[in-house]
Design a protein around this ligand. Structure first.
Ligand SMILES: Cc1ncc(COP(=O)(O)O)c(C=O)c1O
Length: 479
């Protein structure tokens, strides 16, 4: 366990860096500054450089990150983030650019934003993209505001409800509710896909949109998507794609061709920009032409060989982020896409799919798999067979840490009891997949032969089980 005392390293008179003797008059600060800007000097710890290095190295070892090992957190696409992305984002022209510099002095970054929009248009089969949103969830909210503005403008009413499948991520209903809609839940059928008959019952002229994830959160492709699009459009509603699972489609299929009107991207998932721990993320928002006027303002436009920020967008939902969004993330995503090109992106999806299916097949005799048929980029297994021994999905996730693997996503999607959602991504070699499957199989055996070992895991980490509810409710980030 981490003892609080490891934070108390300061000892008076042992600063890390002695400053050189003053070579200017030692004027009291009160004579230099007005009282209202003088603050009480902060009480900084006095620690040597060596202690600081050891302190942060030790802290880095008490957690688990993608740079340490396999991180199959389903739905989160925790792929390797190539170091080249970092190098490009750290070029002084990008890293030192001040957000208040004028568009005339920010031409390079505006061009990059414009070009990234063009690439995403091509990837998704859409007509226009905004890169302002700073997360998938924020893009969802912006997308729902746009749907609202569109209906309002078309027919004088925003309509009242948004349809969302029971397998959806929690941010979908949250975003639609924040945008003023009520939610109606569409059932999944026995195959784990949208129950089209149920959808038909719910779609009517009150319906503003259907928010769909494809492939869905079970990693299954919605085979009826073209039919679904027709049903939704026939009622005058919009089809929204939660693009969190785009890693299964890039280079192979375009949401625009499937009939989606609005799509969000999670650049921090599909296009390998770093994420976790709350950000910073980047969530593009793409639309078909009829929704373009409602995109967040300003938009980057090209005029000849110059780029401008177009603020004159009277139907826009307005700004959703400061300045240009999380620009550093846009640089990384642009680098990733440009480096891979079409063939590389296609290989990404193919490998992500092969890897998920490999895991599914290796685990199928050891875990219950509720919808056991070829999946796309992730597979969902269930720990329900172990609950009679007091073992839940959560315990298996904790025990995996002892085997030096990060946990899959647990208890999501909600339609799977004791769900463990595994997304290996394309960046893992077969050896890691095998080592992970060996660990999962070993834990399945332990869950039967020595359940306490699993219930009390992890046994090898600096921090064991924490009270997550209290940690979330009484967040204390101070040292
Ligand atoms: C299916 C799905 N939709 C939406 C989101 C929200 O995306 P973000 O975390 O970028 O806000 C997530 C995040 O994990 C997700 O898995």
């Amino acid at each position: 366990m981490i003892e609080p005392t490891i934070f108390e390293l300061s000892s008076e008179g042992r600063p890390g860096y002695p400053l050189p003797p003053l070579d200017v008059p030692d004027t009291p600060v009160e004579q230099l500054l007005s009282p209202d800007v003088i603050r009480t000097p902060p009480h900084l710890p006095e620690v040597s450089e060596f202690q600081v290095v050891r302190h942060f190295t030790r802290l880095s070892q008490t957690t688990f990150g993608i740079d340490q090992g396999f991180y199959p957190l389903g739905s989160c696409t925790m792929k390797y983030n190539p170091k080249l992305n970092e190098e490009i984002a750290n070029l002084p022209g990008f890293a030192d650019l001040h957000p208040l510099q004028s568009p005339e002095h920010s031409q390079g970054v505006l061009q990059l934003i414009y070009d990234l929009e063009e690439l995403l248009k091509e990837i998704a089969g859409l007509d226009r993209i905004s890169l302002q949103p700073t997360a998938g969830a924020q893009a969802e909210f912006a997308g729902m505001l746009m749907v609202r503005a569109y209906h309002q403008q078309q027919s004088g009413t925003a309509r009242t409800k948004v349809l969302i499948p029971d397998s959806a991520h929690g941010t979908n209903p949250a975003s639609a509710i924040l945008a003023g809609y009520k939610i109606e839940v569409v059932k999944s059928g026995p195959d784990g896909l949208v129950d089209v008959e149920d959808l038909k019952q719910l779609v009517d002229t009150d319906c503003a949109a259907l928010m769909l994830t494809n492939p869905n959160t079970l990693g299954l492709f919605e085979r009826e998507i073209v039919n679904i699009a027709e049903i939704v459009h026939a009622a005058g509603a919009q089809l929204y794609l939660d693009g969190a699972n785009l890693n299964a489609l890039v280079g192979m299929a375009k949401p625009g061709d499937m009939g989606f009107d609005v799509v969000h991207f999670n650049l921090h998932k599909t296009f390998s920009t770093p994420h976790g721990g709350g950000g910073p993320g980047a969530g593009g928002l793409g639309v078909k032409a009829h929704l373009e006027p409602y995109l967040p303002a300003p938009m980057v436009e090209r005029q000849g060989d110059r780029y401008i920020l177009d603020q004159d967008r009277p139907q826009s939902i307005g700004r959703v982020a400061t300045f240009f969004g999380n620009v550093g993330m846009l640089v990384r995503a642009f680098t990733y896409i440009s480096r891979l090109g079409h063939t590389g992106l296609q290989a990404v999806s193919r490998l992500a799919i092969v890897n998920a299916n490999y895991i599914r097949k290796r685990l199928e005799n050891h875990y219950h798999i509720p919808y056991n048929r070829p999946c796309l980029h992730e597979c969902v297994v269930s720990a329900k067979d172990f609950t009679s021994n007091g073992i839940h999905a959560w315990d298996i996730a904790k025990r995996l840490l002892d085997y030096e693997f990060y946990a899959p996503t647990v208890n999501f999607p909600l339609i799977v009891e004791e769900a463990l959602m595994i997304e290996p991504t394309e960046t893992e070699p077969k050896a890691s997949l095998d080592a992970f499957c060996d660990a999962m199989i070993a834990i399945a055996n332990e869950a039967t032969t020595n359940p306490d070992l699993v219930k009390n895991a992890p046994h090898t980490l600096a921090v064991s089980r924490i009270d997550e509810v209290t940690a979330a409710r009484q967040l204390d980030l101070r040292e």
